[in-house]
Design a binder for this molecule. Structure first.
Ligand SMILES: Nc1ncnc2c1ncn2[C@@H]1O[C@H](COP(=O)(O)OP(=O)(O)O)[C@@H](O)[C@H]1O
Ligand SMILES: [Mg+2]
Length: 245
């Protein structure tokens, strides 16, 4: 896609875990208000890319920019960081990496408390998001004791409660049973179109409901991009990306 004014831009980004190269000079421009999918087999670097976009890891070399400014938590001013954290939220692939509060209620209220929202407002927002994700009955439960799918919904609730403008979603539909999966896809489809949705997945069945545009990765690089219909019909590409047998 010819993205004139990208929300995120990576230029030749390299990232290594020890001696293992996870991103191998990745350049990508992601549009504002788009719904894009990052597609690729396990290990191609999707989660690493999302962590760089969210500023959790700095690139070893190359650049990560948000609205043209470097996502550089060492060098950036407080205002940029505060603004960035308010606007951009990441749903981790593994909800255990995200959940740490003693109850589901506390988990979902944590972000709003950090942002110093008034308490009565927080109560209303937490109730509303629990209801929306159909997890009100889990309010007093300990997140770490929940099932994988329940954890995923709690983690999603803890993000949606902040109403972020940009959602980075790492395999949001994995570990969900079919009913929860269609509920989730419905919910994502129902989000305000002003939001930017960037979803990493290897599940070809969900691509058309979560994205209007796809980027296909392999071995830490971008190998193709285009609208879902074209990508999903390209057997050779999907085989090359290890997305089909
Ligand atoms: N914490 C880590 N330590 C070492 N290697 C890692 C770590 N996380 C990911 N990797 C490796 O980096 C590569 C990219 O991983 P990842 O970004 O998780 O890919 P994906 O999300 O597409 O499955 C994989 O080969 C993976 O094994
Ligand atoms: Mg991953």
């Amino acid at each position: 896609m010819n993205v004139a004014d990208p929300l995120f831009e990576l230029r030749e980004a390299v990232f290594d875990y020890g001696r293992h190269r996870a991103l191998d000079g990745l350049s990508i421009r992601l549009p504002r208000r788009g719904r894009v999918a990052l597609l690729g087999a396990n290990g191609c670097g999707k989660s690493t890319l999302l962590r760089l976009l969210n500023g959790l890891y700095p690139p070893l070399s190359g650049e990560v920019r948000f609205e043209g400014k470097p996502v550089d938590f060492a060098g950036a001013g407080d205002e940029f960081l505060w603004n960035f954290r308010r606007r951009v939220a990441l749903l981790f692939q593994d909800p255990d990496a995200q959940l740490f509060n003693p109850t589901v209620h506390d988990e979902v209220a944590f972000g709003p408390l950090q942002l110093r929202m008034p308490l009565h407002e927080i109560r209303g927002k937490v109730d509303a998001v629990l209801d929306r994700l159909e997890i009100t009955h889990l309010t007093d439960r300990a997140p770490y004791r929940l099932s994988g799918g329940e954890k995923k919904r709690v983690a999603l609730a803890s993000i949606l409660v902040l109403d972020p403008e940009v959602l980075l979603l790492d395999e949001p539909s994995a570990a969900l049973d079919p009913r929860s999966q269609s509920q989730l896809l419905e919910l994502l489809r129902g989000l305000d179109p002003s939001k930017t949705l960037i979803t990493a997945t290897h599940d070809l069945d969900v691509v058309e409901s979560i994205a209007d545009y796809c980027y296909v990765m392999r071995s830490g690089k971008l190998i193709a991009e285009g609208p879902p219909a074209g990508i999903l019909a390209d057997r050779r590409l999907l085989t090359e990306a290890n997305l089909v047998r």
